[in-house]
Design a binder for this molecule. Structure first.
Ligand code: SF4
Length: 218
């Protein structure tokens, strides 16, 4: 699929932002550390489920130092409903311990700092930058990756390349609103299987034009 022209990008971004205005993240949090921790828990899990778990987690462990020094089994019991709970408990304890012991429990709003924390990749870092600090960031989750490919914002299904392609073709002031809209569109209409193209607000701008082909698995 050829990389799309700026006019196409403008049309798609405008239509999506109009259809899904002011989305933000569905994850509930009260400070950057809580969002960082909730985002780690959200891997392969719904935001709804994470939002059910995190009030218990943050009530039991209200700071990076408290969670960083927590008993692993006790944390596992709390985060179990989010799935992959052995790894997730280990990750949020390690992330919290490093924040506590090395950084005075302060989350710095910089990509290098965030990705230097244990278990924190670019997607999680971008979620925190966008939603806890209000910076413009390109969050490439499974929906953004799939839709960017289908819609023609990227020729790649590699998250880092998708992020670069969107950053190169979409004005920075639209990064947050576009990613939020793509996530909402992926959840509501442009599902991985059987997208509802006939109801799609960007069908005329979509290279699929209602004729869905399975997005290659990567
Ligand atoms: S036309 Fe279909 S494949 Fe294209 S963005 Fe809309 S729902 Fe997705």
């Amino acid at each position: 699929m050829p990389f799309k022209a700026q006019k196409h990008v403008r049309q798609v971004v405008g239509a999506l932002e109009k259809t899904y205005p002011d989305r933000g993240t569905a994850l509930e949090f009260s400070d950057p550390w809580q969002l960082l921790t909730a985002t780690i828990l959200s891997a392969q899990c719904t935001d709804v489920m994470v939002n059910k778990v995190t009030p218990h987690l943050f009530a039991a462990y209200p700071s990076p130092c408290a969670l960083g020094h927590a008993d692993t089994l006790a944390v596992e019991m709390i985060v179990k409903p989010t799935g992959f709970f052995h790894n997730k408990a280990k990750a949020i304890i390690a992330e919290s311990l490093e924040l506590c012991e090395k950084w005075g429990s302060r989350v710095t709003p910089e990509m290098d700092f965030l990705t230097g924390l244990p278990g924190v990749g670019r997607k999680t870092a971008n979620v925190v930058l966008a939603h806890a600090f209000g910076q413009q960031a390109v969050v490439v989750d499974t929906h953004v990756k799939r839709l960017a490919y289908r819609i023609g914002l990227s020729e790649s299904l590699v998250p880092e390349k998708v992020e670069q392609d969107i950053m190169a073709s979409v004005p920075k002031s639209h990064w947050n609103s576009l990613c939020d809209a793509l996530i909402a569109h992926g959840r509501s209409l442009c599902a991985a299987r059987k997208p509802k193209c006939s109801a799609c607000p960007i069908i005329l701008s979509c290279p699929r034009n209602g004729v869905h082909e399975e997005t290659p698995a990567r």
